[in-house]
Design a protein around this ligand. Structure first.
Ligand code: CDP
Ligand code: ZN
Length: 156
């Protein structure tokens, strides 16, 4: 077994799409980013790469590369899952925490688990997603942005 951890954060900006785990969330603000700003996919990608000993998302998809402008992060996650399988690993389980004061994520959790499971090539029952606030403290609490943590277990 191999364990991996990933963390990512993005600033909020008005008029940007709010995409989490490949799912469009209803919100009048979204994430500022070179890509689609899907903080959950980015944290999960880093967890997978970490467990596989394959560096990190910035190394694999440089944000200076025009190819990744407004990139669909869920597709990047699929690509990473494929590379990890090619390297001889299987995704056993992933657990993620999204930290955001707003918007409310719970209505979207089932859809997000389905979406991430499909990208990873495993069932939704192998990906858990939860959300919490930081009680109005810090950058998430002041609505400056959002962050996510992910851990995963790979078998070889
Ligand atoms: O301290 P606790 O996590 O119980 O309270 P909270 O941060 O206010 O979150 C309460 C519940 O709201 C969480 O357990 C999540 O199910 C949900 N939540 C959410 O759906 N979307 C968020 N952005 C934050 C929390
Ligand atoms: Zn990111």
């Amino acid at each position: 077994m191999r364990i991996g951890h990933g963390y990512d954060a993005h600033r909020y900006a008005a008029g940007r799409p709010f995409i989490l785990g490949g799912v469009r969330v209803d919100s009048d603000f979204g994430m500022e980013a070179h890509s689609d700003g899907d903080v959950l996919c980015h944290a999960l990608i880093d967890a997978l790469l970490g467990a596989a000993g394959m560096r990190d998302i910035g190394k694999m998809f440089p944000d200076t590369d025009i190819k990744y402008k407004d990139a669909c992060s869920l597709s990047l996650l699929s690509e990473v899952a494929e590379q990890i399988r090619s390297a001889g690993f299987d995704v056993e389980y992933a657990d993620c925490t999204v930290i955001a004061q707003k918007p409310k994520i719970s209505p979207y959790i089932d859809k997000i688990r389905e979406s991430l499971g499909a990208a990873l090539g495993v069932g939704a029952d192998r990906v858990n997603v939860k959300a919490t606030t930081e009680e109005k403290m810090g950058f998430t609490g002041k609505l400056e942005g959002i962050c996510a943590h992910a851990v995963c277990l790979l078998s070889e």
